[in-house]
Design a protein around this ligand. Structure first.
Ligand code: ADP
Ligand code: MG
Length: 594
């Protein structure tokens, strides 16, 4: 088959331009991305082979190989994992399917300057394309497990790429990615990506926990003298004895022994004191494909009859598609250190779908399916325990690290509030970590506990008003009497607020009351008794004729017209009965077709 030339999709081209001109200062991460992809490919193959015994794949020695060639100035990362079909190469490598990346590019176009671009790359990550930060050309050779023919993809990242079909004999199962390193970096020790010690260091730093062996086969040793690479390298023998073949220079002329660079130790199984924050963060990045550090790391070790370990992360930023259907959840399930599935929805409730991480259970079958998981009692217990643990971590942030909590709430508050609708068991815990905009402070949101703390002696209820925006809510005539009397009102403007307020009866013994519903009796119940019963009676008589006239003319529109003490400036306002749905909720139901 001839070599075909394709054009990169527009978005891909823009991204590649950024990579080629390398606006991201930490180029080393390209290797992390390639290793991460290789590791995913090995996970996928293992699973597919387990499910399909006709696959005909070789799974006897799954591993990742790094092959530096200082002479040719190339670096190859190879795996014998699942590989890609011809169609997959075009779809996965030539276009940008990831919605996050598309959003990234949009922001980038709008921002325009380099500093922002770097920040944005750090947020979104660019995966495979990161290779173009260090390479002037990339060749990817791949054969999907079970398929006869392979595919070679080559590009300099400038607009086009070529694809050609290759004989199976020339394309081993899996994928190899060869970078022809940029000549301009040749003299720079910082970018010496064919140096074994540099590679050791990068792998150790970013990919140590990868569960597959990452082997490096250095080029045949220099013909004479000592191995020049054994000098300054920090990577050779880490203190924990990672069981790697170490840096002994092989005899001249001997075939170089591959060296295993990573310890392959599951971070979640190691004691907290032995693992650095950086190591946790790198695991997070591998799992989440995020380039930023997580906001919070959560560890949980359950012992006893159903043993499991969990390592969960709260990202520092919400993904763009958090509220879209089909959003992937980020918790991976392992069984006894073996990866079983991504995106395991049985492990956490949907309102915690932003949490990423790993759960490793000791006593599940390797063949466990999603359906079985949903029904498994042990998994249900685990689900409850993990949910509580995440909520208690948020609580700790709230009390111990208010700024971190504030940024958490900004990103994930809207999702978390969904839990108020369905998770009755944790409702109080969720309410306890919610915060809301309030008339008390124009900038700082308040928790319900803080609201209750500020309540006046004879204020009985917690007041709120829902609406579309803070401004709309604040300008509502319903607010007038409350403003006048200095009573704090919560300003609830997320769509989900409309719904949960009706299902949550109280907090700390105080009812939640909408200021737009029913006859808010500020006079008697809440106290300042501006108007005595007598005065009110008198006013009612005074206005009787007007009220009767209005009632008659508005009979089709309203249930009742009555005198109110809630207004100070506006002449009239429409209120709902206490049990009615609010206008905004009516709109929402209508939108949902009900
Ligand atoms: P991401 O890993 O976040 O999906 P990448 O740009 O790193 O994004 O990779 C894009 C896709 O290309 C991967 O999702 C995967 O399907 C495919 N891919 C990349 N590298 C490999 C590999 N070594 N083996 C098999 N598939 C790969
Ligand atoms: Mg990737």
């Amino acid at each position: 088959m001839p070599t075909e030339t394709f054009e990169f999709q527009v978005e891909a081209r823009q991204l590649l331009q950024l990579m080629i001109h390398s606006i991201y200062s930490n180029k080393d991460v390209f290797l992390r991305e390639l290793v991460s992809n290789a590791s995913d490919a090995l996970d996928k193959l293992r699973l597919e082979a387990l499910r399909d015994d006709t696959l005909g794949a070789d799974v006897s020695d799954l591993h990742i190989e790094i092959l530096p060639d200082p002479e040719a100035r190339t670096l190859t990362v190879r795996d014998n994992g699942i590989g890609m079909s011809h169609e997959e190469v075009v779809r996965l490598i030539g276009t940008i399917a990831n919605s996050g990346t598309a959003a990234f590019l949009k922001e980038l176009r709008e921002a325009g300057d380099g500093a922002t671009a770097e920040g944005l790359i750090g947020q979104f990550g660019v995966g495979f394309y990161a290779g173009f930060m260090v390479a002037e050309e990339i060749t990817l050779l791949t054969r999907r497990a079970g398929e006869e023919r392979g595919t070679r993809w080559t590009s300099t990242g400038e607009g086009t790429y070529t694809i050609e079909s290759v004989d199976g004999a020339d394309a081993p199962q899996g994928t190899s990615v060869t970078l022809r390193l940029k000549p301009e970096d040749a003299e720079d020790r910082l970018y010496d990506y064919t140096s074994p010690w540099k590679i050791r260091e990068i792998v150790k730093r970013y990919s140590d926990f990868i569960t597959w062996p990452i082997r490096m086969t250095p080029q045949a040793p220099a013909p004479a003298g000592n191995d020049p690479e054994d000098g300054p390298g920090p990577g050779g023998e880490p203190g924990d004895g990672s069981g790697t073949a170490d840096g002994e220079a092989p005899e001249a002329g001997a075939v170089p022994e591959p060296e295993v660079l990573n310890s392959m130790k599951a971070l979640w199984a190691r004691p907290r004191s032995e693992v650095s924050d950086d190591e946790y963060h790198e695991l997070y990045k591998h799992i989440s494909h995020d380039w930023k550090n997580p906001l919070e790391t959560i560890r949980l070790q359950a012992e006893g009859t159903f043993e499991y370990q969990a390592l969960l992360f709260i990202p520092s930023q919400a993904p763009r598609d958090l509220f879209q259907q089909g959003h992937k959840r980020g918790v991976q399930l392992y069984v006894k250190r073996v990866f079983i599935m991504d995106d395991c929805e049985a492990l956490l409730p949907s309102y915690l779908r932003f949490v990423k991480g790993v759960v490793d259970a000791q006593d599940l079958s390797l063949n466990v399916s999603r359906e079985i998981l949903q029904q498994d009692r042990q998994i249900q217990l685990m689900h409850r325990r993990l949910a509580k643990k995440v909520l208690s971590t948020v609580k700790e942030m709230l009390t111990g690290a208010p700024e971190r909590y504030a940024s958490f709430w900004q990103e994930f508050g809207r999702v978390l509030k969904e839990g108020l609708l369905g998770d009755f068991e944790n409702r109080d815990a969720i309410l306890g970590v919610c915060s809301f905009a309030t008339t008390h402070d124009a900038e700082q949101p308040t928790t319900l506990a803080q609201y209750v703390e500020r309540m006046g002696e004879d204020q009985e209820h917690i007041y709120y008003l829902t609406g579309e925006s803070r401004q709309a809510v604040e300008n509502s005539p319903h607010m007038e009497a409350f403003r006048e009397r200095g009573i704090e009102v919560l300003l609830l403007t997320d769509p989900v607020d409309e719904v949960w307020v009706d299902t949550v009866p109280e907090f700390d013994g105080k009812q939640l009351r909408s200021v737009a519903k029913g006859d808010v009796d500020l006079g008697a119940g809440d106290g300042d008794g501006k108007e005595s019963g007598e005065d009110r009676e008198k006013r009612r008589e005074e206005y009787a004729a007007l009220l009767a006239w209005m009632s008659e003319h508005l009979a089709d529109q309203v249930k009742e017209v009555r005198l109110s003490s809630r207004l100070t400036v506006s002449p009239a306002c429409v209120v709902s009965d206490a049990g009615d749905v609010t206008p905004a909720l009516q709109n929402m139901y209508r939108a949902m077709g009900q």
